[in-house]
Design a protein around this ligand. Structure first.
Ligand code: M6R
Length: 600
């Protein structure tokens, strides 16, 4: 999703900003731009649609490369097409230049009142901020007061970085429900929507809280709260090595990240006893209900966890799509534990759903499972469990998803232990070895993918733990290969989806050797009877369809059924990857999608 970087330093900042912007590329975007302020306080803006290397070329060819203060942006279109005019920075004539992440919900209303005075050039909601700030500077004669009054008028979510021609040594910022971080260096100050963009320049950060605004200069940082009072910021020293978001030139990040999974899980197995806050374990003795909230793959991880937790405890589990829960009037019992799942920790839907839950149920304890220790969700939650997946660049979540899934497995096991003094879930200590064995099937899975890639419709089916696993697999396939895919519980086939089955719809069935094995075999037979081709992924050794021309069976490593979601997830991630590769898709940055979904 959109990314912001900006800064004010000794020396020229242009190429540093473009380098930092490249580190935000993984989030997904469709246009990019930069504004530099010259020594004569002129604002020079360069914008382009498409990739950052095009912006870089334009910047290198321009005559206006100098400037020690600047802002830059990658835009993921929400309001207005991915056109150069809609790319950020957005200007109010040559007076103000501004970049914005988020959505201004009352943009139309504000536009109406501003359009008498200012000419709107873009179709974006963001442009109102530039004009409103300018109007407020004229009215209040003080840019900080103007910024505060601008923020007070905006509904929605925003993080902004703004340059004003008439205030040449200041870079203004404001934020509400969209992350913004300031980096302190020995050569000046930077601002960005994600510390990943600045980790190579600093390890000292200030993570801004909602409703804060202010400005940075070369030597100082000024932060104010919503009431206008100055805030003494907390500087956090972040001791993480700048992530290696590099790969072999021939390799996609998605593949690299799929292959990192055995090591991530091995690390989690080893940290099992040391990594968890004992206070979390204490909570597990008392709770009677768990409410899991997430979106996309994170939501799917929650669906899988429900089966594990229900199987080993008396705790009831509710799993909710964040964007739906937020607008429901659901009642929650007092002994409910809230678990938010989000690899980025910045998903707007999850943050908003959690914020409104907290508001109406302040007594509920919350745990956030995330891959981002410095995220908004981490700051909002009582406890955080960090997944040790490391930075994930591919838009399709693989290792972060699997790692969150493993945290949930550990949580279920701990719950089982805390409440019943038992360990009934299958022992996962060899799981990383099973995952390596799964990766060894890559060649077979590729052959399968070559066939799947010929179809335009794929139906996934599974039962019990295999059901949420195929929901995730179908999301992954459609996300990277653009093939229409749906997932159904095997038992639901006869309630509708069977009508779709013919030779042109391929079914992928996940078959476990569990108590529903015979029922799944019947479901597969229902498809074959209607001439539907079927690929079976299974951890069983028997093959009732051995000589059936419509059926292909792919044997995944044999494992206990509780662990099948992990093994199958990896096999089906490889299937999605290879299918997308065969169809020539843009695997790491699928069309229209973003890694970090910071707007509703
Ligand atoms: O960062 P989050 O886990 O909150 O993201 C939620 C979804 O946007 C995300 O899982 C999305 O569905 C992935 N691209 C799936 O691969």
């Amino acid at each position: 999703m959109c990314g912001i970087v900006g800064g004010i330093i000794k020396g020229d900042i242009g190429s540093l900003l473009i380098d930092s912007l490249e580190l935000l590329e993984y989030r997904g975007y469709d246009s990019a731009g930069i504004t530099l302020m010259t020594d004569q306080s002129e604002l020079n803006t360069i914008k382009t649609t498409g990739k950052i290397n095009l912006l870089k070329q334009k910047y290198l060819q321009s005559n206006t490369k100098s400037g020690s203060i600047g802002i830059a942006h990658t835009r993921w279109a929400t309001h207005g097409s991915p056109h150069e005019t809609n790319a950020h920075p957005i200007c109010s004539d040559d007076i103000i230049s501004m970049v914005h992440n988020g959505i201004i919900e009352n943009a139309n209303e504000l536009k109406e009142s501003l359009s008498e005075q200012y000419t709107f050039m873009s179709e974006t909601d963001s442009e109102v901020i530039a004009h409103l700030f300018r109007a407020n500077i004229d009215q209040y004669k003080d840019p900080v007061l103007a910024l505060r009054h601008t923020s007070l008028k905006l509904d929605g979510s925003y993080a902004t970085a703004i340059l004003s021609r008439n205030h040449p040594h200041k870079l203004f910022f404001s934020n509400f429900h969209s992350p913004l971080v300031i980096a302190i260096t020995d050569h000046g100050h930077y601002i960005a929507s994600d510390h990943l963009a600045l980790l190579h320049l600093s390890n000292q950060f200030i993570y801004l809280k909602p409703h804060q605004h202010g400005y940075i200069t070369l030597n100082s940082i000024h932060i104010f709260g919503q009431d206008g009072r100055p805030i003494n910021p907390k500087i956090e020293v972040v001791n993480i090595v700048p992530p290696t978001i590099k790969r072999k030139p021939s390799e996609h990040f998605m593949l690299k990240e799929i292959y990192e999974q055995p090591n991530v899980i091995k690390q989690q197995i080893e940290q099992h006893t040391t990594h968890w806050n004992p206070l979390i374990e204490e909570q597990l003795h008392h709770i009677k209900h768990i409410l899991i909230i997430g979106c996309g793959s994170s939501y799917n991880a929650g669906l899988t966890a429900r089966y594990w937790i229900e199987a080993c405890s008396q705790v009831s589990v509710q799993v909710e799509i964040a964007s739906e829960l937020r607008y429901r009037q659901a009642y929650h019992k007092t002994d409910t534990l809230i678990i938010t799942l989000s690899q980025s920790g910045e998903t707007a839907d999850t943050i908003s759903a959690f914020a409104s839950l907290k508001k109406s149920n302040p007594q509920l304890t919350s745990i956030c499972i995330t891959n981002n220790n410095h995220s908004t969700l981490t700051r909002m939650s009582d406890f955080t469990i960090i997944t040790p997946a490391g930075p994930e660049v591919g838009v399709a979540s693989t290792k972060a998803h699997l790692s969150a899934l493993f945290c949930l497995y550990q949580l279920a096991a701990k719950l089982n232990h805390a409440q019943a003094g038992q360990d009934t879930l299958d022992d996962p200590t060899q799981l990383h070895i099973n995952l390596k064995q799964t990766l060894a099937l890559h060649g077979n899975i590729k052959q399968c993918a070559l066939q799947i890639s010929q179809y335009n419709h794929v139906l996934f089916i599974g039962r019990h733990l295999c059901y949420p696993t195929v929901i995730e697999a179908s999301l992954k396939l459609k996300e990277v290969s653009y093939i229409h895919a749906e997932a159904y519980a095997g038992g639901e086939l006869k309630h509708g989806p069977l009508a779709l089955i013919d030779a042109n719809v391929v079914t992928i069935a996940l078959l476990a050797k569990d108590h529903l094995y015979d029922k799944m075999i019947s479901n597969i037979n229902e498809i074959i009877a209607r001439n539907g081709p079927v690929f079976i992924y299974t951890n069983t050794h028997t093959d009732p369809f051995e000589n059936n021309a419509l059926v292909n069976t792919i044997r995944i490593p044999s494992c206990q059924n509780d662990l099948l979601p992990f093994i199958a997830a990896v096999a089906l991630q490889l299937l999605a990857y290879e299918t997308a590769l065969a169809r020539g898709c843009h695997i790491d940055q699928p069309r229209n999608l973003a890694k970090c979904v910071t707007v509703e």
